[in-house]
Design a protein around this ligand. Structure first.
Ligand code: PMP
Length: 370
């Protein structure tokens, strides 16, 4: 089978599997005895590895059950009464605060800095600005440094969901100037159900999950030592590798070129903006995405219609909607996302299947509407 859905979840790395298995069933990391100390060492080593991945402070790493929990914690625990979020955030940001204000994006999906500046000027309530580093559907990258500068000049905090960007572009928390950042293990080849919220040096947050004093009191509950071990190992393995990303980009660009050679009407979202090298969000004109996903699945190729979290619902993507895409284009958008296991052979298989489906659907349409 051909796996082209890395943005939904990357296959687990062998290093991560080994670390996870070895850490299963060790002691409770809060226990004082030797078993507890062994577990504590595993958790603290992973904390260092996760922090190092994004130039963060190990003291600021709060392990969570995933990026959904980390995003919830960042937004609810900041103490800010006003929350400004980009219109293309993941649902784990958009659904947290019913009163959040949306920052508009342009046709490529990039946050409009003038609009953000005006929103910050309009009101001096302590605010949190929340913008993702890279979008999960289109891969579009955001001008985070400028966003952080605008926000800080206005006395606001900045939260960044870096789930999709980490390992694919160079990311440094201090250099970007963000106050909090979310990560997810399973997007980088670690296990599902592990993630982290990183606080900039000296940062604080109000706990959402209360109980014991684990994670410095910021997140109660016995640490999931095995999952954290797998997360740490994945973080060590993924360190941004420009050469690997150049390889993946060549595959993605080849795919897009060959699709366009079959049909010049294909629309590729965010292609004119800076975007992740592994992601392509593209339409097959007049073929609804669910039909495409099923046809590719039958051909042994795994990919998604827009975001996996939105799949199953027929509602077109809020991301493409915010970019002003017509519902006709948005309903035909497929997301291809590549990664470390992707090969040139995978692209050949995809192009074959894409061509067969395109021809079949368009010939059928021609006979149905003579
Ligand atoms: N943010 C983004 C951008 C994502 O793509 C995802 C995963 N779909 C999440 C947050 C949620 O991460 P998790 O699955 O770890 O809860």
């Amino acid at each position: 089978a051909v796996y082209m859905d890395y943005n939904a979840g990357a296959p687990i790395r062998e290093d991560a599997r080994a670390a996870l298995t070895a850490a299963l069933g060790v002691g409770n990391a809060s226990s004082v005895h030797a078993f507890g100390r062994a577990a504590r060492r595993i958790v603290e080593d992973a904390r260092g590895d996760v922090a190092a991945l994004v130039g963060g402070d190990p003291e600021g790493v709060i392990f969570t059950s995933g990026a959904t929990e980390a995003n919830n914690l960042a937004l609810k625990g900041s103490g800010c009464r006003r929350v400004l979020v980009s219109a293309i955030e993941h649902p784990s940001v958009l659904e947290v605060d019913g009163d959040c204000e949306r920052i508009a994006v342009d046709g490529e999906g990039v946050v409009d800095l003038n609009i953000l500046a005006r929103m910050l000027d309009d009101d001096d309530t302590p605010a949190m600005v929340c913008v993702m580093a890279a979008n999960n559907e289109t891969g579009v990258l955001q001008p985070l440094r400028e966003i952080a500068r605008l926000a800080h000049d206005a006395g606001a905090l900045v939260h960044c969901d870096a789930v999709q960007a980490v390992g694919k572009v160079a990311l440094d928390m201090a250099e970007l100037g963000v106050d909090t950042m979310s990560l997810s293990a399973h997007k980088i080849g670690g296990p599902q159900g592990a993630g982290a919220l990183l606080l900039a040096a000296g940062g604080r947050i109000d706990a959402e999950i209360r109980g014991g004093a684990q994670e410095k009191g910021f997140r109660a509950g016995t640490e999931n030592v095995a999952a954290i071990a797998g997360f740490g190992a994945a973080a060590r393995a993924v360190r941004f590798d420009a050469r690997e990303m150049a390889r993946v980009k060549a595959l993605r660009d080849d795919l897009e070129r060959r699709v366009r050679a079959i049909c010049s009407d294909v629309r590729i979202f965010s292609a004119a903006a800076e975007r992740l090298a592994n992601t392509s969000c593209l339409t097959m004109p007049d073929v609804v995405a669910q039909t495409q996903v099923m046809a590719f699945d039958l051909a042994g190729i795994a990919l998604s219609a827009g975001a996996a979290c939105a799949s199953g619902k027929v509602r077109p993507s809020h991301v493409l909607g915010a970019m002003g895409a017509s519902s006709r284009d948005a309903s035909c958008a497929l997301r291809v996302s590549l990664g470390y296991g992707s090969t040139a052979r995978d692209i050949d298989r995809f192009i074959d299947a894409w061509g067969v489906l395109y021809t079949r659907m368009h010939n059928t349409a021609a006979t149905a509407n003579p």
